[in-house]
Design a protein around this ligand. Sequence first.
Ligand SMILES: Cc1cc2nc3c(=O)[nH]c(=O)nc-3n(C[C@H](O)[C@H](O)[C@H](O)COP(=O)(O)OP(=O)(O)OC[C@H]3O[C@@H](n4cnc5c(N)ncnc54)[C@H](O)[C@@H]3O)c2cc1C
Length: 302
Amino acid sequence: MTLNEFKAWLKEKMPDNFRENESMQAHTSFRIGGPADLLVLPADVHQLEEVVVKARLENLLLTVIGNGSNLLVKDKGIRGVVVKLGNTIKNIVCQDDKIIAEAGVSLAAVANKAAACSLTGLEFAVGIPGSIGGAIFMNAGAYDGEMSKVVTKVTVLTVDGEIKDLSKEELDFCYRHSSIQDNGAIVISVEMQLAKGNIEEIRAKMADFTNRRTTKQPLDIPNAGSMFRRPPGHYAGTLIEEAGLKGYTVGGAQVSTKHAGFVVNKGNATAADVLQLISDVQKRVYEYAGVHLEPEVRILGE
Ligand SMILES: Cc1cc2nc3c(=O)[nH]c(=O)nc-3n(C[C@H](O)[C@H](O)[C@H](O)COP(=O)(O)OP(=O)(O)OC[C@H]3O[C@@H](n4cnc5c(N)ncnc54)[C@H](O)[C@@H]3O)c2cc1C
């Protein structure tokens, strides 16, 4: 099946849930990236399964994204089919001291739901702008909290089209890593074990974390969070600042003057600008400290 034939299939099956030649600028927090050939926004889990199984059966290129808050999409865009789950499939329930959320639910919504149910353990997630699916993929974390500490079970769609539950052990969590990065599975829903807490204390902790972010991070300028992984024994932002690169600019991309671990899009940055900046920063930090910085942001497209 060609991509055009797949488009015709989408038109018949879910005419309101796909876009053609869709700029990824609108779907990434960096506001950078060329077009996706076809972008699908499934209405529910059933549509998600249908699209993924069909695209895989037909050997089409397939990319799944969440909220696009950890992505750098290259300037020529993404070939084939992109399925966006962020803000699409988003049911969420509290069950005793557990929370079960579909992959597209935002971390802010999960943290707020936990607070509303007087459950503690997810306060750290309140300011991370991803979806819960992307957070499992990345093992997202902040302020001593991490997805690995609360997740008990993740339901995935495997590359063979099978719906399967993965235990915490099978998710093989470590720093900004889970087995989803290696096995190509798609996160459908996530079960988290929390503990009963005091709603005022939970809200106060969330407010404190939000306040710390607003003070330290360039939240008013498009970015994709920490550009580099934390190198063992160091902080990327500190090394970049010490190497004299705070404010370093390539085209529209700049090492944030507020937090050197972030790269911001000053308005018209291209992916090529960001990639050049990444390469320059890596070189200069290596010369300065002998440390190789690895991007944390996922780079997609061509
Ligand atoms: C201002 C700002 C602050 C941030 N702060 C933090 C922080 O404190 N801690 C932190 O860890 N991160 C932080 N991030 C980065 C980002 O929010 C997290 O990595 C988040 O978990 C990414 O989720 P997402 O839904 O946006 O994923 P995306 O960026 O859409 O995708 C990231 C990767 O996950 C994959 N993926 C997404 N959804 C699924 C799914 N359902 N199934 C399988 N694979 C999937 C994608 O293919 C891609 O490879 C920050 C980002 C910004 C912009």
